[in-house]
Design a protein around this ligand. Sequence first.
Ligand SMILES: NC(=O)C1=CN([C@@H]2O[C@H](COP(=O)(O)OP(=O)(O)OC[C@H]3O[C@@H](n4cnc5c(N)ncnc54)[C@H](O)[C@@H]3O)[C@@H](O)[C@H]2O)C=CC1
Ligand SMILES: O=C(O)[C@H]1O[C@H](OP(=O)(O)OP(=O)(O)OC[C@H]2O[C@@H](n3ccc(=O)[nH]c3=O)[C@H](O)[C@@H]2O)[C@H](O)[C@@H](O)[C@@H]1O
Length: 434
Amino acid sequence: MNVSIVGSGYVGTTVAACLADLGHEVTTIDIDEDIVDAINDGEAPIHEPGLDELVAEHGGSRLRATTDYDAIRDTELTMLALPTPSNADGSIDLQYMEAGAASVGEALAAAADREEPHLVVTKSTVIPRTTDERLAPRIAEAGLERGTDFLVASNPEFQREGTAVADFLNPDKLVFGTDDPRATATLQALYLPLREAADGDVPVVETGIAEAEMIKYANNTFLASKVSLINDIGNVCKEFGVDAYEVAEAIGLDDRIGEQFLRSGVGWGGSCFPKDTDAIIAAAREQGYDPAVLSAAVALNDAQPERLLGLLDDHVDATGKRIAVLGLAFKPGTDDIRNTRAVPVIEGLQERGAEIVAYDPVATENMREKYPDIEYADAAAAALEGASGAVVVTDWDEFAALDDEFDAMADPVVVDGRRVIERRDGITYEGLTW
Ligand SMILES: NC(=O)C1=CN([C@@H]2O[C@H](COP(=O)(O)OP(=O)(O)OC[C@H]3O[C@@H](n4cnc5c(N)ncnc54)[C@H](O)[C@@H]3O)[C@@H](O)[C@H]2O)C=CC1
Ligand SMILES: O=C(O)[C@H]1O[C@H](OP(=O)(O)OP(=O)(O)OC[C@H]2O[C@@H](n3ccc(=O)[nH]c3=O)[C@H](O)[C@@H]2O)[C@H](O)[C@@H](O)[C@@H]1O
């Protein structure tokens, strides 16, 4: 199948490379010429395990990139994988989606007759009814008729950063939100090679467009709330001196609860959980409903970094003291610092007048751009040397191996926000929820 994908970022590039690997002819369209050149040269523009190999194999052949929207005319289906950031009030900013949809419409309108309507698929995460009410009208503006010239659908993406390729190729489910059997048939054909190559059966959810859009928010906000709930329970555990990780392991054995996403600590960050939770809360409020549990999940998440620092305060007055921050990325395996819990931790330490020395195996340069004035160490050991306290923000494996390095601290107080460090003799250890 000939496929085009508008927006060649984390999602667009991963999906494009995987679809090319499954045998489709794929063209990505991006306004960023560096991204376009990289893909055509066989180089992945972003870092994801397994992506370099796929782009090296298919880039410039079955996988191409361009800045020219006219390329979509030669394809049967266009996915929109454009950013959906937050406005200042947390609501969704649809400017990129609307601009992309309008450009797709213009490109399609300039083409001569086509036998079948072109399918435009919303891959990005958008509020229910966006595809119908905000995107389809922008496509039609160029003089096209929905149903005759084009169809729309929603096919949300559930891949995670750091495992995006593996997640896309072996998804827990595929969601096809459509209002026309021709759109469903096209999506079925698109994903047939994936389903044939996947390790097991891949359930397909055929549903309406708004339902598909909502499934994505429900998925992300459920997981974010699950982490907030275990953090809430973990905070209670801490009050009683109970180990929240032992509790989580036991409750995770109940199939109705499930063992995943029960790691309590300093909270959730990243490019999507915070933005998507804020966006669906804002959209619900606009409809006149205030989602109490989701709002509480956000409030609890916002409070965890200060609880972490409160435990540090119990042992050290950080004013004028050297404090090590171990981990800056929003989760291990990535250099992404978007909405990382390290930001409120750093700001809380700055308010206390601490002298911060930060370390992360890969995210230092990104954090340096945001906070150029704090000190960055090139190893965890160097960050700990002479420090009067250390806080652990990201669960990098390498922190679990730290041992003698704590001996070099001026005052060996370790407050662990991710349960990576074992309690041991010679350090004053506080776990956030254990
Ligand atoms: N990053 C992730 O792991 C996941 C993201 N999502 C959702 O997917 C959507 C896209 O996210 P990312 O891929 O992370 O964004 P991104 O920011 O990495 O990529 C977006 C790309 O669109 C390009 N672009 C912007 N305006 C354009 C235009 N008018 N025409 C052509 N290209 C344009 C940008 O240059 C950029 O390369 C969002 O809605 C996000 O919530 C969903 C699942 C996972
Ligand atoms: O919409 C998206 O962009 C994606 O958002 C998340 O993926 P991602 O943000 O890459 O990372 P996760 O592994 O979900 O972790 C999110 C945050 O939750 C935290 N977390 C996760 C699990 C846990 O048990 N405890 C916990 O604190 C992580 O440290 C991290 O800060 C979802 O898991 C994906 O399904 C979704 O496609």
